[in-house]
Design a binder for this molecule. Structure first.
Ligand code: APR
Length: 235
């Protein structure tokens, strides 16, 4: 368990050119959650769901990490035991910034992976479409699916989030509207808290945060990193 928990959302990847979900022109304006990201949509709309994630997987191939991903990767390298990095994002920009699998937790799944619907084996397919990787599970022959947590499905890695929340002393929230994870509650659980979003969200009460930055993540991250380092060096 770590003293500092950094929890990010779609906003941290926005400046790398990946769409957020709930902002103007976001993904949930162009697609219905019920059609492509809800428990059961693999049965009612298998082709559409596959196509949606194939497009997103191919979209991230040429995307590059930005300064915020890089600074967080460097912080994690400098303070491996004191900092935990968890993200709601399914892109691989933290990995492209040099983080190892063991250094970053993807709470909502990972685009580059497919999972067997029966035996649950996970396959890293990089940026390939589902069908060009395989039409059936190479191990057991059952159907494959994106390794993404849909609304209404269990999110097994939330257990790690709960553990980190119970132990951290500083929580740093970057680029999430708080519609899925109740980050206001997380700030109430933690002694020190930082919020960085582009703008206020109706789902977040920023009065509970110790420090609030309404700015692009790439502009706020240097000051946030300084705060984290001061916190770890001086407590
Ligand atoms: N820097 C910092 N924050 C930014 C930036 C930026 N450059 N651009 C946008 N933001 C902020 C917005 O102000 C907004 O609060 O990022 C947030 C994006 O919110 P959402 O689109 O709702 O994304 P997120 O909170 O990550 O969504 C949570 O919802 O559909 C699911 O599973 C999906 O993981 C996702 C979850």
């Amino acid at each position: 368990m770590s003293k500092v928990l950094i929890l990010s959302g779609a906003g941290i990847s926005a400046e790398s050119g990946i769409s957020t979900f709930r902002e103007a022109d976001g993904l949930w304006e162009k697609h219905r959650i019920e059609d492509v990201c809800t428990a059961g949509c693999l049965d009612t709309n298998e082709e559409g769901t596959k196509k949606f994630y194939d497009a997103r997987r191919s979209d991230v191939e040429d995307k590059k990490p930005n300064y915020a991903h890089q600074v967080i990767a460097e912080l994690k390298q400098k303070y491996p035991d004191d900092i935990s990095v968890l993200t709601q994002n399914v892109d691989d920009l933290f990995e492209k910034a040099g983080m190892k699998d063991s250094e970053i937790v993807h709470l909502h799944g990972f685009l580059r992976e497919l999972r067997c619907r029966e035996c649950e084996e996970i396959f890293d397919v990089a940026y390939q479409s589902q069908d060009s990787f395989a039409t059936q599970c190479p191990s057991c022959g059952a159907k494959l699916r994106p390794n993404i947590v849909f609304f209404g499905e269990a999110a097994p890695k939330y257990q790690m989030l709960t553990q980190e929340l119970n132990s951290c002393e500083l929580i740093v929230i970057i680029g999430t509207s708080g519609n899925v994870l109740d980050v206001t509650y997380f700030a109430q659980l933690t002694e020190h808290s930082i919020l960085n979003n582009l703008e206020p969200s109706n789902a977040i009460d920023d009065s509970y945060f110790t420090k609030v930055y309404y700015a692009k993540a790439t502009q706020a991250i240097a000051e946030i990193a300084e705060y984290i380092e001061d916190f770890l060096e001086n407590e």
